[in-house]
Design a protein around this ligand. Structure first.
Ligand SMILES: CC(C)(COP(=O)(O)OP(=O)(O)OC[C@H]1O[C@@H](n2cnc3c(N)ncnc32)[C@H](O)[C@@H]1OP(=O)(O)O)[C@@H](O)C(=O)NCCC(=O)NCCS
Length: 251
């Protein structure tokens, strides 16, 4: 078990050591998933502005992907920064950039994002997720592979007990990914479309860990122990604070 510990006045720490979310790496047969960094921003903007929708309607909750690349740079990159501040122990958010691999197993191209987050995590142990991929890579099973890779990390390494997701009732690709991995429909919600103009039905989906229809492969994961300790560090500090409080009471 790695402990999140830093030396005072030590400029030799690596970036992953001081910010463990950057050290998480999840590898599936064709893909690499890892937290997005500033140096990935050009690749992110290229993928996001390349065209994501194959459908006539926009499948997101807001039409951010319809913005010009310039507006996307200002809106989407700042959104990535804003999510980065959510680091647990109860609310956390990881923005995993998804890369195809080259012949040597290195990162070839950023093709999309697999976001995953938890709320009231210590009690609920439930991950929620959202994803997208550039349209020229859709329909080859990569959407399913990136969600399955995230689920294997969440269930087998991070301690999730449930996964949830949602999609408009006409979003066949997203619903197809969920259903092929074992999610069941847990409800529907009346929501507005991406442009806030029309009503839509959103399908809610839930996957208990034991119902996960696992692919034949497994993931390689790096950096999880340190990430877990980093996310729950305030837990440790809280219990230290409680111990001190109890000691005071006893005195
Ligand atoms: C959702 C998304 C990530 C899925 O990735 P993908 O590469 O297109 O999907 P896959 O090729 O992995 O397909 C996964 C499953 O869905 C099924 N599926 C995919 N597209 C489908 C379609 N148009 N109609 C019916 N089934 C479909 C596949 O057959 C497969 O099921 P199977 O394993 O049982 O054969 C991708 O389509 C996307 O980025 N869409 C736009 C953004 C979006 O809608 N994001 C989700 C918002 S809720």
């Amino acid at each position: 078990m790695s402990e999140f510990h830093l030396n005072a006045d030590d400029p030799t720490h690596t970036l992953d050591q001081v910010w463990p979310p950057f050290g998480l790496l999840i590898e599936s047969p064709r893909l690499i998933l890892r937290q997005i960094r500033e140096t990935d921003f050009p690749g992110y903007l290229a993928a996001a502005s390349s065209g994501i929708m194959r459908t006539a309607r926009n499948s997101f909750a807001s039409p951010w992907d319809e913005n010009s690349p310039e507006k996307m740079a200002k809106n989407s990159l700042t959104w990535l920064w804003s999510r980065r501040a959510s680091i647990g122990p109860d609310s956390w958010y990881l923005m995993l950039a998804v890369f195809t691999k080259d012949e040597d197993g290195g990162e070839r191209q950023l093709i999309g994002m697999q976001d995953v987050w938890g709320q009231k995590w210590r009690v609920l142990r439930t991950v929620n997720s959202g994803s997208w991929m550039r349209s020229d890579h859709q329909g080859r099973g990569l959407g399913k592979e990136m969600r399955a890779a995230m689920l294997m990390w969440a269930f087998d390494h991070f301690g999730a007990e449930y996964a949830e997701s949602g999609a408009y009732d006409w979003n066949e690709a997203s619903l197809g990914v969920s259903k092929s991995l074992g999610y069941f429909q847990s409800g529907t919600t009346r929501v507005t479309d991406a442009h806030g103009k029309q009503p839509e039905w959103e399908i809610q989906l839930r996957l208990p860990k034991n119902d996960f229809l696992r692919p034949s492969w497994t993931v390689q994961v790096q950096g999880n122990d340190l990430l877990k300790d980093f996310m729950l560090l305030s837990d440790r500090h809280l219990s230290e604070a409680n111990d001190e409080e109890n000691d005071d009471d006893a005195g």
